[in-house]
Design a protein around this ligand. Structure first.
Ligand code: ADP
Ligand code: MG
Length: 261
């Protein structure tokens, strides 16, 4: 039986802002099995980043519990990596690409750091960019570096917060396929949030549909598209078209938490 990697139980978070309390997420529950790629799709502002911040221990959620392979998350877990949307702020401009990827590996020997970073850069097609600086690279390449850095760390769980939202459409397709390939090769468990319905269906083994803010899970859909996916044939297949319509319908009719209560 598959092992549960992530367990999110009745999670809620209320921000205390100047103009009063704001419920960003409420009553969110789901699990991610080891080796799964789960996409979370929801409208902008519904609480997706709040969810990922809670899972990664960057904020302490007001309610509920998160556990990572059975251990309650309290603070930033060591075996987790996050890729954010904004690659320009996630890489250190004063470090070379190689050093950026090695950065989270400080506890390893120099030889192992070099080997792991080299391997991860090769996996994202940047084997020759190690000596460059991030600002010498295109946006898509910088996001590849951020992905390589996360992969080199070999996290138990890879969290991605709209990782392809800031690149052009062609690069986005390439990075999506890159993610599908490396997660297969490295058997990585991934939780990816996006506001893009098509992306959630194209990438996911499962898609969790969130309601408007405060977010909760309104549906969990299995994606029966198989392992081999292709930007052209998969996206025009009946199964894909059906699923995207279903997700779109759920997002449109998703009740807010107020009406559920
Ligand atoms: P998403 O990532 O889905 O766009 P967020 O998790 O960033 O949504 O935000 C969810 C809601 O919480 C939004 O209404 C946002 O304005 C609010 N919010 C996010 N961060 C804070 C904060 N630090 N303080 C107060 N409100 C916040
Ligand atoms: Mg966000």
């Amino acid at each position: 039986m598959a092992q549960t990697m992530l367990d999110v139980a009745d999670l809620g978070h209320t921000y205390q802002a100047k103009d009063g309390a704001h419920d960003a997420i409420d009553g969110l529950s789901f699990t991610v099995e080891a080796g799964e790629l789960v996409c979370v799709v929801g409208p902008s502002g519904c609480g997706k980043s709040t969810l990922l911040r809670s899972i990664s221990g960057l904020i302490r959620p007001t309610r509920g519990a998160v556990s990572l392979h059975g251990t309650p998350v309290d603070g930033v877990p060591a075996d987790l990596a996050v890729v954010f949307q904004d690659y320009s702020r996630s890489l250190f401009p004063w470090l070379t690409v190689q050093r950026n990827v090695e950065f989270p590996l400080r506890e390893l020997s120099r030889a192992e750091r070099t080997a792991r970073a080299g391997e991860a850069l090769a996996a994202v097609g940047l084997e020759n960019a190690g000596r460059k600086y991030p600002w010498q690279l295109s946006g898509g390449m910088q996001q590849r570096v951020a992905i390589a850095r996360a992969l080199a760390y070999r996290p138990a769980l890879l969290l991605m917060d709209e990782p392809f939202a800031s690149v052009d459409a062609q690069t986005r397709f390439e990075l999506e396929d890159l993610l599908l390939r490396v997660r297969r090769e490295q058997d990585t468990t991934v939780l990816l949030v996006t506001h893009d319905i098509d992306e959630s269906v194209y990438l996911g083994d499962r898609v969790l549909v969130l309601s408007k803010s405060p977010a909760r899970v309104v549906a969990a859909l299995d994606v029966g598209l198989g392992e081999e996916r292709d930007q052209i044939t998969t996206r025009s297949s009946d199964e894909f078209v059906e699923l995207r319509a279903k997700v779109a319908g759920l997002l449109q009719s998703a009740p807010t938490a107020e009406t559920v209560h």
